[in-house]
Design a protein around this ligand. Sequence first.
Ligand code: NAD
Ligand code: TDX
Length: 332
Amino acid sequence: MRRILVTGGAGFVGSGFVHHLVAHTDASVTVLDKLTYAASRDALRALPPSRVQLVVGDVADADVVGPLVAAHDAVVHYAAESHNDNSLDDPAVFVQTNVVGTFTLLEAVRRHGTRLHHVSTDEVYGDLDLEDPQRFTESSAYDPSSPYSATKAGSDLLVRAWVRSFGVRATVSTCSNNYGPWQHVEKFIPRQITNVIDGQPPKVYGAGRNVRDWIHVDDHASAVWTILTRGRIGETYVVGADGERSNLEVARQILEHFGRSPGDLDLVADRAGHDLRYALDSAKLRTELGWAPQHRDFEAGLASTIEWYVAHEDWWRPHKQAVEASYAAKGQ
Ligand code: NAD
Ligand code: TDX
């Protein structure tokens, strides 16, 4: 796989994968990205232009996608609208990019016989009770809650159907919540870090008991590379790093990092349909393909992520005010 097309490669998770490719392979990379509000050219700036080319375009535009797919050995598909709260305000663009975009890509890889890896989310499995001893596996039933997760579930099912009906060479991964550098300030961890930098309290939805299973973005990248190169066609792989924490625990850790009282947070209006808990069992990926996360200490990973946001205020500051105004209008 010398030529790899990465859709959504200017976003948080996709850019992490592009960095991984440049550091650990000799592939040449083309990023196809529409450069929506969530994208960041800065996240790719440190990479050599001889290795990484950016094409600005829409994954749902067959005229753009077809020739690009034809010119590459493999496609890794990250492009998506990714924020649950936005999907509650305006679901249409989620259907367009996440479902129609994936369909467009599938038709192109079908025509050209190109290997595809489709990046999805644990949210397709719905949620778990706090005390449920089970965790999600590849055989968990699909039961998405939000417009975002429903469109991701729909795109996963399209991939499965294109594998079975047309023999497309594709794999799917369902990963848990990522954290690390370059995540947009609309998301939970960057929002709370930057709130505390600004002297504001973290804004935690509901009672803050919701649990997410955090994984460092670099570990997600190594997992996707492992699946792309060693995964079995037609299979789904759950990706997780045993990082279950409640939102309250994470908010308190951020406060403590800055020497603030762990009780100095605001409980705000809950998210509609808010999933209670995600927890993943990634045994299949670990035992069959030999993958293991490198960032096993969430507290250390969160501390270095906090330091990254302290050092990169020039990057996130231009977005902060508008994000907070939009949340404030919803009582969040
Ligand atoms: P993000 O919002 O940070 O980035 C998405 C990127 O896709 C942006 O660069 C954006 O410009 C691009 N994009 C959006 N619409 C496009 C279109 N129509 N055509 C081309 N490019 C388009 O999202 P993220 O958090 O980096 O998530 C990336 C992928 O990883 C998504 O598919 C998401 O479902 C999946 N994922 C994310 C997480 C997480 O915790 N962030 C966890 C599991 C899976
Ligand atoms: O201000 C906030 N306060 C709060 O309590 C925000 C923005 C979020 N939350 C809660 C909601 C969730 O329980 O924090 C948790 C994490 O929220 P998000 O960062 O919005 O992530 P989530 O909804 O869990 O989805 C993320 O992980 C799965 C990504 O955004 C998805 O793209 C990915 O598929």
